[in-house]
Design a protein around this ligand. Sequence first.
Ligand code: GLC
Length: 585
Amino acid sequence: MSELKWWQTAVFYQIYPRSFADENGDGIGDFKGIIQKLDYLSDLGVDAIWLSPHFPSPNWDCGYDISDYTNVAPEYGTLEDFKSFLAEAHKRSMRVILDLVLNHTSDEHPWFLESRSSRDNPKSDWYVWMDSPLTAGEGSEVRVPPNNWQSCFDGDAWTYAPERDQYYYHYFMKQQPDLNWHNPAVKKAMWDAARFWLDLGVDGYRLDAIGTIYEDTKLTPHKVPMDLVELRRASELAGTPAEKKKIKEYWRDMFKHQLGGLGLHDLMKELRAILDEYDGDRMLVGEDDDIRYMGNGNDELNLVFNFPLMLTERITPGHVRLNQKERLTQLEALPLKGWPCNTLGNHDTSRTHTRYGDKQHDADLARLHAALVLTLKGTPFLYDGEEIGMTDLIITDPIKLRDTMATWYYDRLVKELNVAPEEAARRAGEMSRDKNRTPMQWTDDPNGGFSPREVETWLPVNPNHQTGINVKEQGRNPNSLLNYYKHLLQVRRNTPALVEGEYIPLHTTAKNYLAFLRVSSNQTVLVILNFSEARLDLDFSRTKEVKQGALRILFSSADRSAKIKSPRGLEIGPFEAFIAEVQTK
Ligand code: GLC
């Protein structure tokens, strides 16, 4: 295992700082809170933390609109608190990577304030500014945006700045102006910011939304016959497969000229070269699923997420097999080969427990999904709270929504599309990412032990913290999901083949279950995940890597007494996750 880098063997855990642990009792998470929970994480058995943005921000996009790249948001603490957090994590042998948002800053960042102030200030070319002609309007001439591009969060991608009589471009909210990455001064400033944290000892970065950094410089308009709000609405109403297919095409076509513009490979190479100047194998993981951003396998990003694995309504054996085949083939094809990276959830998506549940077997499925991410080949990323089975909490009062893309959508539904406010509120609540960002549930106390009882937390705590979905109760219960994760993480850590082994799919036409081997130079492990209620009777004795080798059970979600099983007549229970070492003589 020694040949692998730490980020290949590590299990990452994403901390969403606003919702993780609130030490000072103001209803918002903070660094002192995180520090208090580091023992919890080390006991859970994760090796690395990805921290969502902790920088000063007006919070139009929950921290992804940064107004100072080299500081700490006051609500999270001070730079000293950050340093203590990093030291304490490192003391526990946990690595820490930060979120680096390159595409845009906050519109309150001093760079932008200066840039928008005039056409000839020193930072006038730091953002994407465009002229637009005067057009005849009602009675007098008006300006219209340079083209019909949409922001994926709030309608028009162009916002007019009277100071310059020009428009600036924003792929996300208008409070998140896109930086002009063609300007070398922008690069230099951002690389300096990246170095600031690397100098402090952080182990790398998760790169936010890299696909949005460069857009089509010809500003080719999209041809979709709707705007963002209409497309969102049409997506909700699409019923037939043909309608859904069309909508998917519309989403792709609406944004295709705004994504993946030329230049990103060189940019990633530049950033990678900076990380490589540092010791300790600093790493980069991109928020993108395009394997090409790994360059030759060792000169751009170290990892990109396997988002196609999670982009499905249900995790089925067939879906996983196809996904693995495609991903692993592409990774193998890179000149220096790439390493996979699997995840099923993060702060932008519905929680796995809710999203992939079937409302009947959610608890069983959650266990299977955990076993899947922790046994497939690649670096796993877990999202805080999934280890206790936190679920989505849909906020139906638009006033309480904090995700501004959802409040924007609510307003437009009501005002432009005349949707009834109750329905609009429900739709906004469903699409909002608030539902999967509610505070971590530590205990069954009021406010889930996140904040003192009398405090109003920044997002409501999910009431199901009172029904067993909390760390304290699950810690005491040997059969809890939390202890299941712990056990699984321990087994993974102690089983080299699960970390470094090749993935070999077995029984590849089975609809109900997924079976595969992980094979390393001196260990072969069989994984079976039964996604059905059926009891299975399986035979692996004809598999060449198994043959007559007895199976030594390393882990099972079922209650098993025997420790050794024959590969023939192998019974697997309903929804069982089964991991065994093949004893080859
Ligand atoms: C990424 C983040 C998301 C954010 C967006 C804009 O997709 O994960 O939370 O809203 O980028 O920065």
